[in-house]
Design a protein around this ligand. Structure first.
Ligand code: G3H
Ligand code: 13P
Ligand code: ZN
Length: 336
């Protein structure tokens, strides 16, 4: 693919967006996408709520959908937003959990406006070295590409590495890491994790009325200590799906099997969004919204086999979820 700058595609980087979000006490939604329906739902929600948005692509998404197709889908997202009436869409195309310099370079060269280099599973010095290399390449582009780095380990599957336990980010390391690497934002570990099973039942308490799990709180003391070390520096939270129990119940009612799926309570994310946390990553909630709608549709219309019949409610349900997150959790509405 010919080397392309994201500006040619109508995309923006995260620099000004994050500065504004930190100052304004809200967070930018970072939604993962793999399919056209997810892309459409994200754009519809962002336009309707007048919100900036980060559309992010994982290694798995690149494998599933093909990197070229995803890049053109992001370009299409910008045009679609304009068609829906947004004069100046603020859309970032971001690589999620970049695992090597080569992957980051390939994304930057093809038009991504932001990349994450995830060296969090490496020893500290190697994480610094790799992040620094990606930052040097990203920042020397004609149009500055922003770089997210990570310190601390989230429990669960990250970068295809299974971590049994999370290791909170050490506040005493963040100044050294950010000044040595020059990264533009920092993903931290304060108790969130990837997927729909964020906590084991034994880490939670149970609501005696509903029998539902109540997860332990995030480590806001660690977040506070990091903010104190890096005043105003953009902080990122991964693994921030809240695993809505109505979607889980719908999935289970219509033949699914997701016992004890549990996420981060929205109340806690609302609190985090008011701090220096200015990017909140949500993927699993979109998967749940899509699956719940598809399962319900098939249960109610067993005779249907046209994908448009079941993907239309799936797309609508995802859009509803994205609008809810923007307006009621992150507070990024009316910021364009
Ligand atoms: O960080 C994990 C994201 O939810 C992406 O997941 O690697 O299955 O696409 P994936
Ligand atoms: P969830 O699995 O909580 O949606 O997290 C997504 C994420 O962190 C993507 O990088
Ligand atoms: Zn993540």
């Amino acid at each position: 693919m010919k080397k392309t700058s994201y500006k040619e595609l109508g995309l923006v980087n995260t620099k000004a967006m994050f500065a504004k979000a930190v100052k304004g006490g809200y967070a930018i939604p970072a939604f993962n996408f793999n399919t056209m329906e997810q892309m459409q739902a994200i754009v519809q929600a962002a336009v309707e709520t007048k919100s900036p948005v980060i559309m992010q692509v994982s290694k798995g998404a690149r494998k599933y959908a093909n990197p070229t197709i995803l890049r053109y889908m992001a370009q299409g997202a910008v045009e679609y937003a304009k068609e829906l009436g947004c004069k100046k869409p603020q859309i970032v195309l971001h690589l999620d959990h970049g695992d090597s310099f080569e992957t980051c370079k390939s994304c930057i060269d093809s038009g991504f406006s932001s990349v994450m280099i995830d060296g969090s599973s490496l020893p500290y010095a190697e994480n610094v070295k790799l992040t620094k290399k990606v930052v040097a390449y990203a920042h020397k582009q004609k149009d500055y590409v922003t770089v997210e780095a990570e310190l601390g380990v989230l429990a669960g599957v990250e970068d295809e590495v299974q971590a049994e336990e999370s290791h909170y980010t050490k506040p005493e390391e963040v100044i050294d890491f950010v000044s040595k690497t020059g990264c533009d934002s920092l993903a931290i570990s304060i108790g969130t994790s990837h997927g729909a099973y964020k906590f084991k039942p034994e880490q939670c308490t149970r609501d005696p009325k509903t029998g539902k799990l109540i997860p332990p709180p995030l480590a806001f003391d660690v977040l506070k200590a990091i903010e104190k070390k890096l005043p105003g520096f953009p902080i990122v939270l991964h693994g921030s799906s809240s695993v809505p129990q109505d979607e889980v119940d719908t999935i289970n009612k219509f033949g699914g099997k997701l016992p004890d799926a549990v996420g981060i309570p929205e109340e806690q994310l609302r609190k985090a969004a008011k701090s220096a946390v200015c990017k909140i990553n949500i993927d699993s909630d979109s998967r749940l919204a899509m699956t719940a709608a598809v399962r319900q549709h098939f249960a109610e219309h067993p005779e249907h086999f046209d994908p448009r019949q079941y993907l239309t409610p799936a797309r609508d349900n995802m859009k509803k979820m994205y609008v809810h997150k923007i307006m009621k959790v992150l507070g990024s509405n009316d910021k364009l």
